[in-house]
Design a protein around this ligand. Structure first.
Ligand code: ATP
Ligand code: MG
Length: 607
């Protein structure tokens, strides 16, 4: 059988044919129509959506879940994303950064070179090709970018350089949740700067700090730059950009007096620590504490505050090879918790001991302390405890504590380390005034990497004197999809999303109240055409639906400027304009409508 080519060419040979054909999906309009837009909305609250952005993006027909942590962007969602990307791209380009695109799939060998293959843990998605070579789906691209430049960026003359891309990242998050906030696949803008020395790296870091500040402003995001832990990416100084929101997963400690602000993972403080009760003879003394195994009970029983007690946390540092794990007791002020990130930075991979492990190391839950510890256990203590003399501690004996214990005299602290999670009202580390805690969404983070990747990957250049030196790097990420969700968190009300006009999928929505009425239809289509031809993005609701449904959906989708055209208005030569953000309504004469709306959109853009 011959596979014949269908005679398409002949069927579309006239201009009229072509025009007909091209209007199949959009009626040949310069604007969009609700009747054909693929934006299925939901009347019901989606069951598993816990925060406003997740709920509203689903309900408004912007995104759909494909599987846990994996989302499809529907036309409306994709339009917003492209606008966010465009703003990010404009600001990156304006700063002199150069856009490129690296492969998402990277050979595991590069990750072995940097040493991150083992450190990154199960979040790193790995797969094998047909030759049984291992690859990773990039969660971030330091290795691939460093590899890209190490062969050809060889002279100081090519420095400084800042390369960036906007592309998909993969992280097999333990708990993907909150819609676009924490996905397993998401879009990130990641940039990497290369400098000849540390001073240069710091200058590049400053440039990107400025760029991020401007991007947040242009996206109408209220964001706070905070000191951060460098996490899996590493390096020294790091700053996160936190969009302030109740629903944020991150906590921020900040000082209203001096402006200090830090991610709770990294925040330090002057912790106000008390002393336990004195012992009568001035030496360490046993106190019988039957069944008193929590700090709260102990404080009450002894008649002191929780901050006057010392808390012991038992953990096991996981060994590099087949050695035994190292048992560690971390001593903390009784009213503070262990900060897992600080502990990880101090000990490397570790876990808290379970009941079986406590038994195995001869430790009694609720009565652990630094005096008379079984041999081989290290003792570390939070730095805030250094000046406390009278320690009320567990006695490593059931139903017993010690009071009046003293470090150096009764036990030795192997290391004093900052280990606590800061609480509100702890003293600011800069000015001592009380800190307060707020919540935020980490939309971006910038890092000073120095030679963290260039050294292991041997990415060097020749300086002016012909000396070989490592490139000094910085890296800079913004979660594009998370930013979209963060904008919704900051811009919504009970009725739906309130898009800032700069990122709205359509700037103007025209609601034709009675589209079957010829005059209404013509007036609405004419205005939509005129506004589109003047450069606005217009969505015409031409559906044969009840007005209430149309109003509700326009509000749910967050269209910034909404114009209502109905029979009565046409008779009176007027139409109604509503501003979504303020709910302000006004009446316009049909003649001046176009110019007034153009002016209004311009005004909203500059607000
Ligand atoms: P988090 O602490 O929230 O897990 P992170 O510090 O691991 O984030 P970075 O490595 O700094 O993230 O990545 C840069 C940016 O990428 C983040 O600031 C965030 O906006 C975005 N991002 C990171 N992980 C995710 C994710 N799972 N889903 C969506 N966006 C993400
Ligand atoms: Mg981060």
């Amino acid at each position: 059988m011959i596979n014949e080519m269908p005679d398409i060419k002949n069927e579309i040979h006239t201009e009229d044919n072509k025009k007909d054909l091209m209007s199949r999906f959009n009626h040949g309009d310069p604007f969009a129509r609700m009747s054909t837009l693929y934006a299925p909305t939901l009347k019901e609250e989606p069951a598993d959506a816990e925060i406003p952005s997740h709920r509203l993006l689903l309900r408004g027909g912007f995104i759909r879940k494909t599987a846990s942590g994996l989302y499809s962007y529907l036309p409306l969602g994709w339009r917003v994303l492209k606008k966010i990307e465009a703003i990010i791209r404009e600001e990156m380009d304006a700063s002199g950064a150069q856009e490129c695109l690296l492969p998402i799939l990277g050979p595991a060998t590069l990750w072995e070179e940097s040493g991150r293959i083992s450190k990154y843990g199960p979040e790193l998605m790995r797969l094998e090709d047909r030759h049984e070579r291992t690859f990773v789906l990039g969660p971030t691209h330091e290795e691939i970018m460093t590899d890209l430049v190490r062969h050809e960026l060889r002279s100081y003359k090519g420095l400084p350089l800042n390369l960036y891309q906007i592309s998909t990242k993969f992280r097999d998050e333990l708990r993907p949740r909150f819609g676009l906030m924490r996905g397993r696949e998401f879009i990130m803008k990641d940039a990497y700067s290369f400098d000849a020395d540390i001073d240069g790296m710091k200058e590049s870091f400053k440039v990107m700090y400025n760029v991020y500040t401007t991007i947040c402003e242009r996206l109408s995001l209220k964001a706070l730059p905070v000191a951060a832990d460098a996490g899996q990416i590493g390096g020294a100084d790091s700053i996160e950009f936190m969009a302030l929101a109740e629903s944020g997963e991150a906590a921020i400690a900040s000082c209203s007096s001096c402006g200090y602000a830090a991610d709770l993972e990294a925040a330090t403080a002057r912790v106000n620590v008390g002393d336990g009760p004195q012992s009568s003879a001035g030496i360490i003394e046993e106190v019988s504490t039957p069944g008193i195994s929590t700090i709260a009970d102990l404080a009450r029983y002894v008649g002191v505050e929780e901050k006057d007690c010392k808390k012991a946390v038992a953990l096991l540092k996981e060994p590099d090879s087949d050695e035994d794990p190292q048992a560690i007791i971390a001593m903390l002020p009784g009213d503070h918790e262990l900060n897992e990130v600080k502990a990880y930075n101090a000990f490397g991979p570790y876990h808290l001991m379970d009941d079986e492990e406590l038994d195995q190391y001869g430790l009694i839950k609720g009565f652990i302390g630094p005096h008379n510890l079984p041999a081989g256990i290290q003792i570390v203590a939070d730095v805030s405890l250094r000046d406390s003399k009278q320690w009320l501690i567990g006695a490593n004996k059931a139903d017993t504590h010690y009071k009046g214990a003293e470090p150096d005299r009764d036990f030795t602290i192997d290391a004093w380390i900052d280990l606590v999670t800061v609480c509100s009202d702890d003293g600011c580390p800069v000015c001592s005034n009380p800190l307060s805690l707020t919540r935020g969404i980490e939309v971006g983070q910038i890092f000073q990497l120095a030679n963290k990747y260039s050294a292991p990957l041997h990415a060097t250049f020749l300086d002016k004197d012909g000396k070989e030196k490592p490139l000094q790097m910085g890296c800079y990420g913004i979660g594009v999809t998370r930013t979209l969700a963060a904008i919704v968190e900051q811009h919504h009300d009970d009725d739906g999303i309130i898009w800032p006009i700069t990122v709205a999928p359509y700037e103007v929505g025209i609601i034709a109240l009675d589209p079957k009425h010829e005059e209404v239809r013509i007036a609405a289509e004419t205005l939509a055409t005129e506004l589109s031809n003047s450069g606005l993005q217009v969505l015409l609701d031409d559906r044969d639906e009840r007005p209430g449904v149309k109003f509700n959906e326009a509000d749910l989708m967050g269209t910034p400027v909404q114009i209502v055209i109905g029979k009565r208005g046409i008779a009176e030569n007027t139409l109604e304009v509503k501003i979504r953000a303020t709910q302000e309504k006004s009446s316009l004469s049909t003649q001046e409508a176009k110019n007034s709306i153009l002016t209004l959109v311009e005004e909203l853009k500059n607000r």
